[in-house]
Design a protein around this ligand. Structure first.
Ligand code: ADP
Length: 363
């Protein structure tokens, strides 16, 4: 018996997406079917390029199609489309620059730097939003001093929290405002996609010069979703100088590069500790992140020491602390913020905001 496209489609209707619980034909994931002397080639578009279940989907497709009479071989290829702005609706028309702050590893100070960058840009007079995209461990509510409040709503619109000076407040939104603090957050790809999309679409960000997004550590779905939904100006990578942190930071850099997102620079956090007697200790080593940036051809935005005052300000919910004044970190943080603003300008000169970033991942 000769196999037909209809037979194959019927077989594919028995294959479910394991996360969405619908068959892959109904979900419009089957993009192409080619038949040639009993060999069937099927192209499937995944909902997320890093779909962890692609192996299972492939196995289910092969099993279902091989059961058809006349089928001798089945070849499945995956593709995934990341939509940039080309032809698609801009979800954030009032936002000039979106900056993702990422890290390879947790605990290296990514959220701290996201807060300080946002607050620092705001202190320089820019209109700034801070979005906590770290769905697995949202720490922004604590760091801005609003750990347990729920956001106000106006119909379907979520109002961001306004933090700092009334005339130019920082606008902040976090998953931590919505999910109870002690509740374990288990997120699957489509859920992550949903919440990030909701934050982009439903939060009233208004007109912003910068929206700073604190990403979860690593190379997961939030980064992919963001790159799909909005044109990112670029990413900042935070790393400590220790080799284990740097290895993961390199992977984070590579992920952004694969997504077509510019890496605006690398920050070395916890680069040393100066004790009360003025002795410097390089607890995690020193200079490693700068060397990594240099080796990868990336801008180095600056370093920040381990500073008890920074830790205390984070815990006390004071986002603007240590950005001004005489403390050892103020000059360092100002340098980081200015270097980043400079890189953003260079980037925007080279590539006007809103230009499409389009990615096709094929396996
Ligand atoms: P990540 O977002 O990478 O998981 P955080 O920003 O939450 O890391 O930082 C982890 C902890 O380290 C926090 O308690 C924070 O206050 C502290 N921390 C981060 N950077 C510094 C620093 N330069 N000096 C002192 N404490 C810091």
């Amino acid at each position: 018996m000769t196999v037909t496209t209809e037979n194959v489609l019927t077989a594919l209707r028995t294959v479910q997406d394991p996360e969405l619980f619908k068959d892959i034909v109904t979900l419009n994931m089957v993009k192409d079917i080619k038949l040639c002397n009993g060999a069937v080639s099927i192209q499937v578009e995944l909902t997320t390029p890093a779909c962890p279940l692609r192996g299972r989907i492939r196995g289910d497709i092969e099993a279902a199609v091989r059961r058809l009479d006349g089928v001798q071989a089945v070849d499945v290829t995956f593709s995934s489309r990341v939509r940039g702005m080309g032809g698609t609706k801009n979800l954030l028309p009032g936002v000039k620059n979106v900056i993702a702050v990422g890290a390879g590893k947790g605990g290296v100070g990514k959220s701290t730097l996201a807060v300080k960058i946002a607050a620092g840009l705001s202190l320089q007079g820019a209109k700034v939003g801070l979005m906590d995209g770290d769905v697995y461990g949202p720490s922004i509510p604590t760091m801005i001093g609003l750990p347990t409040v729920a956001p106000n709503l106006e119909g379907e619109t979520i109002l961001p929290f306004l933090v700092g000076a009334a005339e130019n407040p920082l606008r902040v939104m976090s998953i931590g405002f919505i999910v109870p603090k002690d509740k374990a957050l288990i997120w699957r790809g489509p859920m992550v996609h949903g919440v990030i999309r909701q934050f982009l679409e439903q939060v009233r960000w208004g007109e912003l010069d910068y929206l700073v997004v604190d990403l979860p550590p690593g190379t997961g779905d939030v980064s992919l979703t963001l790159a799909q939904l909005i044109p990112l100006t670029g990413a900042v990578i935070v790393a400590t100088p220790q080799e284990v942190a740097l290895a993961d930071a390199r992977r984070a850099v590579q992920m952004f590069q694969q997504l077509g997102v510019a890496v605006l620079g690398v920050v070395e956090n916890m680069s040393c500790f100066v004790c009360e007697h003025g002795v410097t200790y390089d607890i995690f080593g020193r200079g490693g992140a700068e060397q990594m940036a240099c080796a990868m051809g990336l801008p180095f935005l600056g370093d920040l020491p381990i500073d008890l005052r920074i830790r205390r300000a984070c815990d006390a919910g004071e986002p603007f602390a240590e950005l001004t004044g005489e403390g050892p970190s103020a000059a360092k943080l100002t340098r980081i913020v200015q270097a980043l603003a400079g890189q953003i300008s260079i980037r925007n000169l080279a590539q006007p905001a809103g230009k499409a970033v389009r990615l096709e991942v094929t396996e």
